[in-house]
Design a protein around this ligand. Structure first.
Ligand SMILES: [Zn+2]
Length: 219
């Protein structure tokens, strides 16, 4: 369970996703002079985007200052600034946020992400799934609490993949993958993007989530 602290939290950027290859066609990290803010749906989506875009030197760790809230073009915005641990370069990201962002662990509302693709969400969901211990009844309370948090990340990430499926469609369409790396991953394992497979997986997760909540309920 050592990796559970790294999963997306709503408090500070972490380095949770070293195994998710950033996809080159995603918007690049914003550097001064700043480009237009990226359209995020929530603070956790900002943090995941930052994790997916390490410094060009390869280092993802940054001492981020507390994000600054402002209004840009009349809309709520959050700015993250910090210095790379690897090379000292100043790094920055700027996002637009809805006035009433969804609460964590959700990454957004009903609409799919405009800044993170289905491949990245599925990779996060799979990594979170792998970090969830099996039987909550056998876990100490603290471990069960941590595992439940990771499980909620797995659920939220898989829900994000489903949002890329058209309302009456059977699967995430290939057009939803915006980089060669993501399309290649999809072509090698398209079944993971089927609505039926995702729905079944989410049902299993929610059964497990209920078991964790029972384990953690006061006796
Ligand atoms: Zn660097």
């Amino acid at each position: 369970m050592a990796s559970q602290q790294g999963f997306v939290s709503d408090t500070a950027p972490s380095t949770a996703l070293p195994h998710v290859r950033p996809t080159s066609s995603l918007p690049r990290a914003v550097r001064p002079p700043r480009a237009k803010p990226l359209p995020a749906r929530s603070r956790v989506e900002c943090l995941l985007y930052i994790e997916l875009h390490p410094c060009p030197c390869g280092q993802a760790d940054v001492d981020w200052a507390r994000p600054r809230e402002s209004r840009i073009d009349g809309r709520r915005a959050a700015t993250f600034d910090g210095d790379c641990h690897g090379c000292g370069t100043s790094r920055g990201f700027q996002f637009h946020l809805p006035d009433e962002p969804v609460a964590p662990p959700a990454f957004g509302g009903a609409e799919p992400s405009r800044i993170i693709g289905p491949h990245e969400f599925l990779a996060l969901g799979r990594r979170a799934e792998a970090a969830v211990a099996g039987d909550p009844a056998r876990l100490p309370i603290a471990s069960a609490e941590a595992a439940l948090h990771v499980l909620t990340v797995a659920i939220a990430a898989h829900e994000e993949v489903v949002k890329f499926i058209p309302p009456d469609g059977p699967a995430v369409p290939r057009e939803a993958f915006t980089s060669d790396a993501a399309r290649s991953a999809f072509d090698h394992a398209p079944d993971g993007y089927d609505r039926a497979a995702l729905t079944a997986r989410l049902a299993d997760y929610r059964t497990l989530e209920r078991a964790y909540r029972r384990r953690l309920a006061p006796h």
